[in-house]
Ligand binder design. Structure first.
Ligand SMILES: [Zn+2]
Length: 298
């Protein structure tokens, strides 16, 4: 039997659990500053697969892949533009293998992060951005991704091109999430001035299957952001990857203060606000995911 789509599982009334942070996990496994995280999928596959396995073991219904910086524009910094397809395919395959090994229907939502190039600054053309995303998402699907998770977006034009590239060149479900900061007025905007309502409206228009928000905030503020998105978009599934609170700088290191129990306590509020898929971003671990899973199944 073929696997159900994530959107169908949400429509059936389930609240799904996603995974937590990958970057800090790689650092704990010995990745040094200045190393290319995505290259670990080729050079250290067992370590990368273990991250996906840890999140499935914690109860996640889906995991991402080690491909956040997998566009040609990001891999260029490591002189790896010739290896975009190889690296992304390998990384997606590691998550897909972990999904196949886990019990029940599990999904791979392969990560696609920003390119670091801004159309508004004239850094790049629309066609160049589209082609870069196309190259990455085609490789992710080949490696076994069920969905493409375009994340940490701040510009509508870049996010829209990524959604379009994924919709037009793969059969994957397409998720797109934006990172918001609270303004002095108490409302939320991305670095490029986009509101949650605008992000919701324009990404649905671009063809996204699932919208949402990741990073930048702990769960508490994510509740406000989800309410704003939900008011604009009553029907589409909403995904949240929340940080473990707002970082505190302790001895020069960003430390995320919320415990698994702190986050689990707020899951109910997030679901009430309209979130359908909940996971973690910076500072979250398998223990956070396990606690949140218990909160939704309780
Ligand atoms: Zn984050």
């Amino acid at each position: 039997m073929s696997k159900q789509k994530i959107v169908e599982a949400v429509k059936s009334g389930r609240v799904l659990i996603s995974d937590g942070a990958w970057g800090t996990f790689l650092q704990n496994k010995g990745m040094k500053a200045g190393e290319c995280p995505e290259l670990w999928a080729v050079d250290r596959p067992a370590d990368v697969k273990e991250i996906a396995e840890s999140y499935f073991a914690a109860g996640a219904d889906m995991v991402e892949s080690d491909t956040f910086g997998g566009t040609s524009f990001k891999l260029e910094h490591f002189e790896l533009t010739e290896r975009v397809a190889e690296i992304n395919e390998a990384a997606a395959r590691l998550s897909a293998e972990a999904a196949a090994d886990a019990d029940g229907d599990k999904w791979v939502i392969a990560s696609v992060g920003p390119t670091g190039k801004m159309l508004v600054m004239g850094d790049v053309t629309e066609e160049e951005l589209y082609d870069s995303f196309k190259e990455q998402v085609v490789a992710l699907e080949k490696g076994g991704a069920d969905a493409i998770c375009i994340e940490t977006m701040s510009a509508l034009d870049e996010a829209g091109l990524a959604v379009k590239a994924a919709k037009e060149n793969t059969a994957c479900e397409v998720i797109v999430t934006f990172t918001f900061e609270q303004t002095v007025n108490g409302d939320y905007r991305t670095m490029m001035g986009v509101s949650p309502e605008q992000a919701a409206e324009e990404m649905i228009e671009a063809g996204a299957d699932i919208i949402g928000t990741n990073c930048g905030n702990g769960i508490e503020r994510m509740v406000d952001i989800v309410k704003a998105m939900r008011a604009e978009a009553p029907d589409i599934p909403i995904l949240v990857h929340a940080n473990a609170g707002l970082p505190k700088n302790i001895d020069g290191v960003d430390t995320f203060p919320e415990t698994p129990e702190d986050m689990a306590r707020q899951v109910g509020g997030l679901v009430d606000a309209g979130a359908n898929i909940i996971g973690g971003c910076c500072g979250t671990t398998p223990a956070h995911i396990k606690a949140m899973k218990e909160a939704v199944t309780a």
